[in-house]
Design a protein around this ligand. Sequence first.
Ligand code: PBG
Length: 353
Amino acid sequence: MTDTREELAPSASGVEAIESRTGGAGEAPPTLRRRPRRLRRTGAIRDMVRETRLRPQQFIYPLFATSGSNTQEEIDALPGQYRLSPDRLVEQAKRAWDLGIPAVLLFGHAEHKDEIGSEAADPRGITQQAVRALKSNLPDLVVMTDVCLCAYTTHGHCGLVDENGQVLNDPTLEVLAKVALSHAEAGADTVAPSDMMDGRVGAIRQALDAAGREDIGIMAYAAKYASAFYGPFREAVDSAPQFGDRRGYQMDPANCREAVREAKLDVEEGADIVMVKPALAYLDVIAAVRSAVDVPVAAYNVSGEYAMVAAAAERGWVEPRALTLEVLTSIARAGADMIITYHALEAAAWLKA
Ligand code: PBG
């Protein structure tokens, strides 16, 4: 707390005197009936009137699973984030859980990539192994899984690709539904499709229900932009597209109304949670989606956003704790009910301190 005694000393009487003046003589300060600074005067008052509160319960911690055991590889462009073998992943998830973070979002670092992303739906795949390890050790932890093909395909696109390099929409839906179902069978609580194919939420909902898994939730990457902020993530799971880009399926950063349309469509198709991604450069989109739907809204504070903070902090240019909490608070203030963030562990620890 930085408040000093001087700050707390009563100065209000002078202010009241000014308010009662009629002014005029030139020397008098203007009459100010409204003085917002009154509510900023002490830490206790500021605490009382704070509109947005961050809690670890709002955080979802992204984790990268890799095969093997006792393996921990730091991701170059994401300092402090690792690719972890299932055993080490459990330890890391336990740290998050003990700090009050209720959920993790899992990504797999595929061992075998092919044209059609076969490992993505394989019960022995890396994501499925990691889900089983997490659920058998931390049964109450909410395990969410990213459902996409880009980390499992040789071409690095999020769907099936034809001979002309076109990403095929409808044939991909069936594959995504299989991937989601395999995650559910492994024990995932929530599946999170991030591919941006049209109709995938409906297709996944239908497949889950047909298999008797009405209990599994869907968090849709509803408004996912074709963003330059995903660079470090693509290094983490080697998922950069080998030709072209993702602008034919991910959204144009210039659009906001379209995000609302996407979110509403996903809710209609059965999404339990809709997500906006990235977060920091898209606060207006978070606010628009929040006011347009009645399901919880998540925002993804993505890899590039984290990397920028980490890089500036490393150079001593910014104060990481204050900057990080400001970033996360802003995302919550914009309307995000949950925040997926690589800062989750440190932020939860800071909030507890
Ligand atoms: C997979 C996926 C991506 C991210 C989450 N799921 C990358 C992409 O679409 O290229 C990005 C997450 C991040 O940058 O932190 N489709």
